[in-house]
Write a protein of this length. Sequence first.
Length: 706
Amino acid sequence: MLQELVLFVSSLGSVLSWPTFGFLLIGMGLGFLVGILPGLGGSTALALMLPFTFAMEPVSAFAFLLGMGAVTATTGDLTSILFGIPGEPSSAATVFDGYPMTKRGEPGRAVGIALVSSLIGALIGAFFLAFAVQIARPVVLSFGPPEFFMVAVVALSFVATLSGRAVAKGLIMACIGFLVASIGQDPGTGRVRLSFDIPYLFDGISVVPVVVGLFAVPAVLAMMSMTGNQQDCSRAPSIQGWTVGARDAISRWWLIVRCSAIGIFCGMLPGVGGSSSQFIAYAHAKQTSKAPHEFGTGSVDGLVAAGSVNNAKEGGDLVPTVGFGVPGSGQMAILLSAFLITGLTPGPAMLTDHLDVTFSMVWTLVVANIIGVILCLVFLKQICGITRLPVRRLVPFLLVFIAIGAFTATNSWNDVMVMLAFGVIAVFAGRWGWPLPPLLLGLVLGPMIESNYFLSYELDDEGFSWLGRPLVLVMIGLLALSFGVPRLKRWIDRRAQRSVSGDLPHDDGPAETATTNEPAVGRWRVVFSAAALLVALVVIWQMQFAGDIPLRTKQFPLLAAVPMALLSAYQLLVDLRALRRRRPPAQPTTGATPPVPQPGTTAEGNQQVAILEQVAVDTDVTSFAREEASSITWKATVAFALFFVCLYVCGFTIGMPLFAGLYLLLIARVKWWGALLAAAATYGFLWLVFIQVAPIPLMPSQVFGW
């Protein structure tokens, strides 16, 4: 115990030593910007910066990434309070009471409450991680391959089940992740599989271009679609009175402890996410408050609850990630990729051989949050100025990081093409209601599942008696609950809806035109299901009939492809059935007046009338909205195509500055001299960083060989 205490204290020195502390500050600076600018998010930032950890030591790499994530959450709270714009999805609940306090003239008090409660919550979460390491170590060390196999399976089932109504879609995406993970050499036999005789695929697909494509590409395309500035901050709000807010937060220390515990617990559950934990803590604070009627109007208790849970969950997220190799959230799934990049294996080794790295994560969270709170208070006026930046003009510079991040995986143009392919998949998956986290987790956890499955199988003399081990049976029970409870809940909800709808006045109008949560994509909704079915059938054919492939080599791809084919066929039938039953809404006649609520109508009836009135109003602007959306889509498509053409023809060193100038001049409508300066700045950045400071080979022209 004394030796571990000495190691814990010495880990603080590792974090504060150079160059680790420098990487921590750089990560915090990037997180500062990411949290302020809506449309990016912590997951996108981690995906963008992940490739830059290749040349870092493990402690420096995690200081860089965790420092970025910690500050992102804090600055996201500030924009929620000052402008009513959550910089992070996990900061959404902060808007409820933070922004009303700003509007009534108490922005400083609101900032003080949020920052202090966030800091205390972060410290609680960080030290819980340090304490949990001592508890988790004997548990993790008692795990064998069967237990680790079931832990990964249970984690994937949680993510798929938490994909809303799209459980089948989540499972299909997880199977796609498995198939991508199985491309290349089989670790057991050394045979190449699913390469289709493409040399690039012989060694498999790197996780980096996949992560960048799934998260960064859709975010940049969304930024291309934004118009105007986020917020008019010509007059920065005063932060006088933040000390009053700090005292308010400290006086509610017991509420902070309770909400931090909620954040830690939710963070430990794979797939729950930061937004869910914040709303759960907010609801708990309202239930236990002496003045619940004040929530939503500037309640101190509501703001304390939302602020304290936001950073406390980071400590909880890291417990399953470090101890079991199971990411607790989407950001942790990306962070799990950093373990692979730095040569570390999450699990027992992180609690024994690399315990110093684990303790350094604890101190990184502590130091980053303390410095982050101080910086937020010092530079609050500058934050207002940053939020006025038109994000569309940042697109070319973000694309520089995206392309370089993908290319540095194996220094191949094919990495860029993989990034583009998964970016396209992510865009259409988001448009058609397919969840992305199961795909990423399938990719990251696929090797862990495969290796532990076959180890369990071989250690048991090619048998399955290991399924009867006590901990395995417990996790099989959790697996059954993860599938059964949501289905039971949906059945109860449907029964409740039917009983309520029986008391409402019925209408002979069109049924189910706006009651579904699925995106209104019409006939295109079947494309993704059909494509997934086709991919599964191709894999099955490749494994079964294309050559003499050993059973050990093809077993894992088939275990993913066969369920994927069945689920895809089911989802395709569901989509075709929904498409057949879908009827266009009735067009309002000229001069028709919207329905008027009649005396005696219930509250539910009034809500139905309000919805019908909104539909009538929206009908008048449908053509304009469609034209605007078409214009944005066309511009984004042209810009993205231009980016890849410039890279392919001119290479990185010339193509990126050329694209930056053309994009700003032709699409963002910047004056010619501004576009020229941006192009020169892009070239200067590439020359300084990738040629002088850290010599990294950039991709030459694929046409001229420059």
